[in-house]
Design a binder for this molecule. Structure first.
Ligand code: ADP
Ligand code: F6P
Length: 355
């Protein structure tokens, strides 16, 4: 039974991601088209606690699709995890007449959204993070733009490495996920890639670099995901130069990859999941994360999605699986296995064609 929603809120939280504005625009336009008002909640959950909330109309979201970042700003707000923070947030939902919320962010944001739902404010979450570390979806908003930005940066580094017969070790963000580093490694023809998910064989990389150099190769790129280890990039830079004799430089791309105009894929993804989120909310559903799987838009209970995440990352806690049927657990295990097999295949491809 459709719930009588008069007004929904929207917020962006955690690390910003290119394409968040496309999602915001889609939520606003879809809601208004269905006769529902929209309130913009600025600076993530902090704005909800502080009442930094303003109405959005059709014109509020004009000319934002091509801009990276988020027009609603973002924040990391530990206070939201406290009872006082949650109480202030609920009070503001009542004060501003907010019947439900669309929250855009990563897994931390999802935890906040599920807490709000449990406190009587129906929430639907959208996967917005460049890390692409949300197990339940094939892609998160911002990942495609971040990889394309990284590719452009590393292509430039390759030019100068070719001129000077150098190696460049390049560290990229992604928190514990190696997706940005791995997909960039393939796309730029990197000689090696270090990620947290799979052990890095430094010795084999040194041997390969020497062989490639002897075969006349002049430029070398090694991609390092920040999650692969603190200081690994800098240490590898020194080791490669000492062990191979190839002059080696280090580049940390850091937050560069989080900005820039979103790609088509992120504009489409943001638009599709934004519209779908409003439809689910207005259909009376909540505590969902909207996912893209094999190009289709679907949804999953946030609690289940968070457990699936812990299963995929081998971080299950005692009792995590107790509330699920045997069939659901079997489905989750198969889903995680297939997802990792796909990831490992990409890793093996990167290594196979990198010499
Ligand atoms: P991301 O959403 O990208 O993972 P964070 O981990 O910073 O980024 O989470 C974003 C926000 O979500 C946090 O600043 C906090 O306000 C809220 N949050 C994170 N974890 C929780 C939690 N366990 N319970 C409630 N709220 C949380
Ligand atoms: O989660 C997105 C992300 O960019 C991670 O890749 C990175 O480790 C982190 O945020 C950086 O956080 P901050 O922007 O708070 O420095």
């Amino acid at each position: 039974m459709a719930t009588e929603f008069k007004r929904i809120g929207i917020l962006t939280s955690g690390g910003d991601a290119p394409g968040m504005n496309a999602a915001i625009r889609s939520v606003v336009r879809t809601a208004i088209a269905r006769g529902v008002e929209v309130m913009g909640i600025y600076r993530g959950y902090r704005g909800l606690i502080e009442g930094d909330i303003k109405p959005l109309d059709m014109r509020s979201v004009s000319n934002i699709m091509n801009h990276g970042g988020t027009m609603l700003y973002s924040d990391r707000c530990p206070e939201f995890k406290t009872e006082a923070g949650m109480n202030a947030a609920i009070a503001n939902c009542r004060r501003f007449g907010i019947d439900g919320i669309v929250a855009i962010g990563g897994d931390g944001t999802f935890r906040g959204a599920t807490d709000l739902t449990e406190h009587g404010i129906p929430c639907v979450a959208l996967p917005g993070t460049i890390d692409n570390d949300i197990t339940s979806t094939d892609y998160s908003i911002g990942f495609d733009t971040a990889v394309n930005t990284t590719i452009e940066m590393v292509d430039r580094l390759r030019d100068t490495c070719e001129s000077h017969a150098r190696c460049n070790v390049v560290e990229v963000m992604g928190r514990d996920a190696g997706d940005i580093a791995l997909q960039t490694a393939i796309a730029v023809g990197a000689s090696a890639v270090a990620i947290k998910e799979i052990a890095f064989d430094e010795e084999a990389v040194i041997v390969d670099l020497k062989k490639s150099r002897e075969s006349g190769k002049r430029n070398f790129i090694i991609m390092v995901a920040e999650g692969a280890g603190d200081g690994l990039g800098e240490r590898l830079t020194k080791t490669v130069e000492e062990r191979t004799g190839i002059e080696t430089r280090f580049a940390r791309l850091a937050h560069v990859v989080r900005g820039g105009s979103p790609t088509l894929r992120d504009r489409l993804l943001g638009s599709k999941v934004g519209a779908y989120a409003v439809e689910r909310l207005l259909a009376g559903e909540s505590n969902l994360v909207i996912c893209e799987r094999k190009g289709d838009i679907t949804s999953m209970d946030i609690g289940e999605a968070l457990i699936l995440d812990r299963m995929y990352k081998d971080k299950l806690k005692d009792g995590d699986l107790e509330k699920f049927s045997k069939e659901t657990v079997a489905w989750m295990r198969d889903f995680c296995q297939r997802k990792f097999e796909k990831f490992k295949k990409l890793y093996d491809l990167a290594n196979e064609i990198s010499r």
